[in-house]
Design a protein around this ligand. Sequence first.
Ligand code: ATP
Length: 299
Amino acid sequence: MITAEKVSKRFGRYEAVKDVSIHVKKGSIYGLLGSNGAGKTTFLKIITGIIRPDQGLTEIEGEPVYERPEVKERALFIPDQPYFFQQSTLMQMSSFYKAVYKRWDEKRFQKLHEHFGLDPHAKLSRMSKGMQRQAAFILTLSAMPDVLILDEPFDGLDPVVRQQVKNLLIQDVSERQMTVIVSSHNLREMEDFCDSVGIMHKGRLLFERELEELKTDVCKVQVAFRKLPDSSFLDGLNLLHYEKRGRVLICIVRGQEEEIHRHVQAFEPAIFDILPLTLEEIFTYEMGSVGYEIRNLIV
Ligand SMILES: Nc1ncnc2c1ncn2[C@@H]1O[C@H](COP(=O)(O)OP(=O)(O)OP(=O)(O)O)[C@@H](O)[C@H]1O
């Protein structure tokens, strides 16, 4: 279980994280989504105890993290640019990890670097971006963490390695109840990978929900009428977005399907359909509702 309660962090006068609370169940994968500069990286660094928040509390399995090496040992962070000691090889980094992380699994390390085909004696600095990221995963997963915090983890990995890394993570989540928080802009990927998501914008958490619940809570209503109804039709819906294409109204609506169905049927539509939304659509419409939307840019 990972919790953050009303966490805030300023850099000078700029408030990068404002009053953010999250709750992540043990043995689950939580996707932290959001706009550029939303504060995701800053928040992840607070969760892992790298940065001290100005206000609020964070806990991993009931224990505070900041300046607590015994908790940090069980909670590892892979930043968006993995860090290795200068001139080091994977083998040298593994000696460091072995010394620091008590649960280090040498057999796993051997298996993983052989599987990914990385030369353990080659300098990490001379490896490609994707290979360095693979090295970071090999080291981190061999340390057998209870909690894994990942910032844009799959960037630069080819599709095959990407799937292999995701499978390894899912295996650790299901077999040893590892808890994962992952930030990403790839919503298609997050949709299949996460159990729950939180969306951040301008330092604030807009909401957090289980993905299944989220998908049943917002839907797309496509409806056409012989004669357009009066304003009470739209007023009676909890609208996130609405557009008219010819005679068809497309409404993105928050609410329970049964209620929406009842409301629309009362206006005797000629055609009527309720469709589920993709995570990308949910993200776009939720962000639109706080004024962050796609506008045509002419330069
Ligand atoms: N060390 C720092 N000093 C000053 N400002 C910082 C620092 N770190 C982050 N910021 C600012 O805090 C804000 C949030 O940055 P952060 O990197 O947390 O966002 P993000 O959501 O991870 O963004 P992206 O999706 O673009 O990677 C940005 O405006 C950034 O400029």
